[in-house]
Design a protein around this ligand. Structure first.
Ligand SMILES: C[S@@+](CC[C@H](N)C(=O)[O-])C[C@H]1O[C@@H](n2cnc3c(N)ncnc32)[C@H](O)[C@@H]1O
Length: 317
């Protein structure tokens, strides 16, 4: 999601000047740092929700003081505790159950707080998780909503997972895409169908797709937002073109990962062979210094001398 910061997220943030931003899914904190930079400038607060970041949360909290409120928890546990939502960025567990309920809980919490539904941006509304579930924590999804899954890769042309290679081979990917109630985009569409909120969905293709869910009233009230969003709308032909470029990108990325995996395997084999060569050299050295080797060496030398003497004797005859 962080790759959308400069082109989409930051301009929206600058227009709306939110006081409270919520980020679901922080990982290594690439986007979190960007948002915190805005919070530092404006005095806003950022609530980050992630049960397993790749950084030390206490260090970040110390560095950013009151601007950062961290929830080391699943989104569906933490969202009901949030004090308010002006903008929400969703990039956590990419499956229907989680995303549908994140939107539902945000709506309920806004009603409790008597606040309007916020602008929500969601990553991964495109391939591969727009129409396919993935589970960071399969055990956190109720059985009836969890699709059969495997740690195998995917390719855009195939509904099924691949036996070898493809994208995201290490993640828990649902065996099939395009099932009812599967994927991030389906969750957003189903929520829009179920809610009474008047919402528009803008989809930006490429880099796995970004969805912007905007309350119509917010757009009506804020002309700058409305103008900016209208510049993001892609004509149909451009969408098809970007989707083609995205396929090539995804394919190249999967092939690069596969090549790196093969290279790692080859390097490990090379290291093993070097270790084995060193071990064999040491064994030969030890053998050369052993008593048995010396005796064999002397016998060998004596045999050669004897053969030479016999040869000379034969020649004199
Ligand atoms: C794709 S990464 C987020 C990347 C980040 N937004 C960025 O742009 O750099 C997904 C993150 O979501 C977290 N996550 C997984 N399930 C979650 C859940 N149910 N609630 C909140 N975060 C979750 C994972 O721990 C992981 O760090």
């Amino acid at each position: 999601m962080r790759l959308f910061w400069k082109t989409v997220i930051e301009p929206v943030v600058e227009i709306l000047q939110p006081e409270v931003i919520v980020e679901v899914g922080s990982s290594a904190g690439g986007n979190t740092s960007n948002i915190l930079e805005y919070c530092r400038r404006s005095g806003a607060k950022l609530h980050v929700i992630d049960p397993a970041t790749k950084y030390e949360v206490s260090d970040w909290q110390e560095r950013h003081g009151g601007h950062l409120i961290f929830h080391e928890d699943l989104s569906l546990n933490a969202l009901p505790r949030i004090e308010g939502f002006d903008i929400v960025l969703i990039d956590g567990d990419h499956n229907w159950y989680t995303v549908y309920n994140e939107l539902r809980v945000i709506e309920e919490r806004c009603e409790e707080l008597s606040r309007p539904f916020p602008l929500v941006m969601l990553h991964d509304v495109g391939w591969p998780y727009g129409r396919r579930d993935m589970y960071y924590g399969p055990q956190t999804i109720p059985d009836e909503y969890r699709k059969p899954y495997a740690r195998k890769g995917m390719r855009p042309e195939s509904r099924e997972l691949l036996d070898e290679g493809g994208s995201n081979t290490r993640l828990n990917n649902a065996l099939l895409d395009n099932e009812p109630r599967s994927g991030v985009l389906t969750a957003v569409e189903d929520f829009m169908e179920a809610t009474e909120q008047d919402l528009d969905l803008l989809k930006i293709p490429g880099i796995n797709g970004l969805g912007i869910l905007v309350p119509s009233k917010l757009k009506e009230r804020n002309e700058s937002l409305s103008e900016f969003l209208s510049t993001l709308g892609f004509p149909e032909a451009a969408v098809r073109h970007v989707e083609l470029v995205e396929r090539l990108r995804v394919d190249a990325q999967a092939r690069m990962k596969e090549a790196k995996r093969q290279q790692k395997k080859a390097n490990e084999q090379l290291r093993r062979l070097r270790r084995e060569t060193r071990r064999l050299r040491r064994e030969v050295e030890d053998m050369k210094n052993s008593r048995g080797w010396k005796v064999a060496h002397n016998i060998n030398a004596a045999t050669l001398k004897l053969r030479a003497a016999l040869g000379r004797a034969k020649a004199q005859k």
